[in-house]
Design a protein around this ligand. Structure first.
Ligand code: CTP
Ligand code: MG
Length: 228
């Protein structure tokens, strides 16, 4: 299985002065934990690590320390996640039929989750790891604080990564998205917008996206618990 890891962000919400993925959690950069899950997966054989050139020296060091130099290929990212994934798709070997996409910032996803997604994508065109939401979600009218709707929570899932797709179809969705100027925060949204089916598969409650300093503290807790 081919895996793309978007890692070309800047970590603005972390308030850090460099790519948040280089910040340490339990003695290792966030990105190292994400790569470790890929290394421990049974099915992933090829990793496209999408980053900004300024981070490549650090990325190479992490990849080397994990003994993954043969497996990991650096790809230059863009100014948005959407653009970064588009470039990643173009960097895939021509033989890649299906692809997993997993954010570098979700460093707690387990190898087992990556493998479940890799297996499930053999039987459908698109999927997203997701978990049922625990909060009651309100829809608010833009520019006001007025609630317009309370959707039935039993139909609501919080999307995570990995997400997985048929490469050729996802590439076409990205191209259509660029033509139409769609701006999305995950790949499934492009797939859906183009009318292709995407299914959810059970994600992991611990599979949080490291976004703010609080997430860093929680990640450290989870990793510490796994080690003991
Ligand atoms: N990402 C990317 N290319 C970008 C922006 C984001 O590859 N131009 C990646 C990030 O590195 C991250 C994932 O997409 O692994 C999810 O993005 P997010 O959590 O928003 O990370 P950042 O964009 O770095 O953070 P922020 O939005 O707070 O600046
Ligand atoms: Mg971002």
């Amino acid at each position: 299985m081919y895996l793309l890891i978007p890692a070309a962000g800047s970590g603005r919400r972390m308030g850090s002065d460099r790519n948040k993925l280089l910040l340490p959690v339990l003695g290792q950069p966030i990105l190292a934990w994400t790569l470790l899950a890929a290394r421990e997966s049974r099915l992933i054989r090829w990793v496209g690590l999408i980053g900004q050139p300024v981070d490549f020296p650090d990325f190479k060091e992490i990849v080397m320390a994990l003994g993954m130099t043969k497996m990991v290929h650096l790809i230059q990212g863009g100014t948005t996640r959407q653009e970064s994934v588009y470039r990643g798709l173009q960097g895939l070997p021509a033989v890649a039929g299906r692809v997993l996409i997993h954010d570098g910032a979700r460093c707690l996803a387990t190898p087992a989750l990556l493998d479940r997604c890799a297996e499930a994508i053999q039987h459908c065109p698109g999927l997203v790891a997701a978990i049922p939401v625990k909060d009651t979600i309100k829809v608010v009218k833009p520019g006001t604080h007025q609630i317009t709707q309370t959707p039935d929570r039993s139909n609501l899932w919080a999307a995570q990564t990995p997400q997985a797709f048929v490469v050729e179809t996802l590439l076409r969705c990205h191209e259509q998205g660029r033509e139409q100027g769609w701006q999305v925060t995950d790949d499934a949204a492009l797939f859906e917008q183009c009318g292709y089916p995407v299914k959810v598969i059970e994600g992991e409650e611990t599979n949080l996206k490291i976004t703010t300093p609080l997430d860093l503290a929680i990640a450290e807790l989870v990793l510490r618990q796994r080690q003991s």
